[in-house]
Each structure stands twice: as C-alpha cells, then as structure tokens.
Ligand binder design. Structure first.
Ligand code: ATP
Ligand code: MG
Length: 286
C-alpha cells in the first residue's frame, strides 16, 4: 500500500468516530499529574486542535496538584491530603489560586492559542460559573463542594467558537471571601453535567483505574466502582475521579473515561480508534 493510500485508509477507519462526535461537547480534565513535560503539553494542545477541527467542542478543566505542592513547599506552607483532597488553609488557598488561575490556566490557554485555537482562560469564579460551600462542614479548610453552576458563560464561549479553559476555583456567597479550592475532577464533573456533555475524559498519570495486581480495569460499572473503593483498591486521587465519573454518567453524560495522559496522543487514541485506551465507566443499564 502506498503512503497516500495508507493515509486515506486511516481517515476512512476514523470516519464512523468522526461522524459520531461531530458537534458533540466534550469536557476534558487535564490532570496536573499528566502535565509533566513540555512535549506532552504540546501534544495535548495539538490533540485539542484536532478535536476542534473535527467539529468537537472541547471544554478544558485543568488540575495542578504537583505544581501547587511544589509552590507550597517552596513557601514552607504545610499541606496534607484526606481522601484525595488537599486540606487547604487560608494561606494555602492563596497559593492554590495563584498557581491554578495565574500560572497553569494562562500557560495552557496561551499554548492552545499558539496552536491556532481561540482559547479563553477563566476560573470557576468568573461569572460565578462555580459557587461552593465548605466541604464536609469545613474540616478540609477552603476545599469546597460545588453548590451551583452558572454555565451560561461557557455556553456563550462555545457558541462563539472559543475553547474554554477552566481553573477549578469557585466563588463563595460572601464579600471578601478568598474562594474555594475545588478538586479539578469534581469541577469537570459539575461542568460536564451542566453542559449535558457527550463525554467527560480524565487525563491522569496512570493507565486508567488499576486493580490490586496493577492490571488495567478496562470497563467499570457503578457497582464495581463502589466495591473497589470499599476494598481500598481505589484510593487517594483516584477517589474523586471515579466519583466524578459515576456522578456524570448518572446525570446523563454518555460515557466517562480515565486515560493515561503520559501516553502521546492518548485523547486521539481513545476517541478515534476502535480499541480505545484506559478505563471507561458506564451507567449500570448500559
Ligand atoms: N486503583 C487505582 N488505579 C490507578 N491509580 C490510583 C488507584 N488508586 C489510587 N490511585 C492514584 O491516583 C493518582 C491519580 O490522581 P491524582 O489526583 O494524583 O492525579 P490527577 O487528578 O490526574 O492530577 P490533579 O489532582 O493535579 O488534577 C494516581 O497517580 C495513583 O497514585
Ligand atoms: Mg487529582
């Protein structure tokens, strides 16, 4: 087969997926753990450009756990995790917002714009996109639970052909409040539900959800998620991720995927090849 025939054959293979996804809104959570080197970030940006050019409407929600930890360490602000959530003091909250909204959000938007998109970086505070109250009665400090989603700003951006890039910081119903640190998986879920997105995809730093023997669990039902949590197979940062998946599919998002952001072009592999990659979480009736 000549080089050109191979290209045509690849395009034809992808056609059913391209047809299926044309016009679909997809929320993509770009985990801090997967933002490990400039090359991967570059490839992520190219994948988003590809999605956009194929008629998909991507909405990016990003994390930044590693960078926040580094900055807190530099500033000697202590931090600890409970069930995958960072206990956030007032001091830490200021750093969380600085790193998420100030650094990562602007870096990602600039990168996407450099590659030809019209990306707009905002946070959950803008236009009160995400409004929160203290999680678990405040025992995690400024970690918030999303109580209200005002999705209009994201819809308007999508209608205008922009790619929203969202930092997971929420506003509070109180003047002079520093805002809330929202786990980025939880934020992606809230936004996917409000948009009635076709898919929500989480890019992280593992192959997907792994079993106790470290093998990949390719597909999980909601019941299985609960059972793996109870058996302490799913722990730490994977807990808010699977919870977000379950909530999203229960709210009508067709499928939730957890894929390996360390693999080059994992988004394209998931969306445009029959094999798919990572773990998919389905509603129990699916
Ligand atoms: N069963 C499991 N399978 C795979 N990973 C798991 C499992 N249980 C816990 N984990 C942990 O979850 C981590 C991913 O969550 P983590 O919060 O660290 O990253 P992220 O959400 O991608 O990034 P960020 O929080 O910065 O947005 C993995 O690196 C792994 O250590
Ligand atoms: Mg996380």
């Amino acid at each position: 087969m000549s080089k050109y025939s191979r290209i045509v054959s690849i395009l034809l293979d992808s056609l059913p997926h391209i047809k299926l996804f044309n016009g679909a809104t997809m929320v993509i959570k770009y985990g801090g753990a997967a933002q490990i080197n400039p090359q991967l970030k570059e490839q992520f940006a190219i994948d988003i450009v590809m999605l956009y050019m194929l008629g998909i409407k991507p909405v990016i929600v990003h994390g930044g756990g590693n960078k926040i930890s580094e900055m807190l360490q530099t500033l000697q602000i202590p931090t600890e995790f409970v069930d995958g959530h960072r206990v956030t003091s007032l001091e830490a909250m200021k750093v969380v917002e600085m790193v998420l909204s100030g650094e990562i959000n602007k870096e990602l938007s600039a990168f996407l714009n450099f590659h030809g998109l019209k990306a707009v970086g905002i946070s959950g505070k803008d236009s009160r996109l995400l409004c929160a109250t203290p999680k678990d009665g405040g025992k995690l400090g400024y970690v918030g639970d999303v109580k209200e989603v005002n999705i209009e700003v994201v819809q308007k951006l999508l209608e205008g052909g922009f790619v929203p890039v969202i930092a997971p910081v929420a506003s509070a119903d109180e003047a002079h409040h520093p805002g809330f640190n929202i786990n980025a998986d939880t934020a992606a879920c809230a936004i996917a539900c409000a948009l009635k997105a076709k898919k929500v995809i989480f890019l992280t730093d593992t192959q997907g959800v792994l079993n106790a023997d470290r093998t990949l669990l390719k597909s999980l039902s909601i019941q299985e998620v609960e059972s793996y949590k109870q058996k302490n197979v799913i722990v730490g940062g994977m807990i808010p991720k699977v919870d977000a998946c379950v909530k999203a599919v229960n709210a009508g998002v067709e499928k939730a995927h957890i894929i390996d952001g360390r693999v080059e072009h994992s988004l394209l592999l998931e969306l445009f090849t029959s094999g798919g990659v990572g773990t998919e979480i389905l509603r129990d009736s699916q």
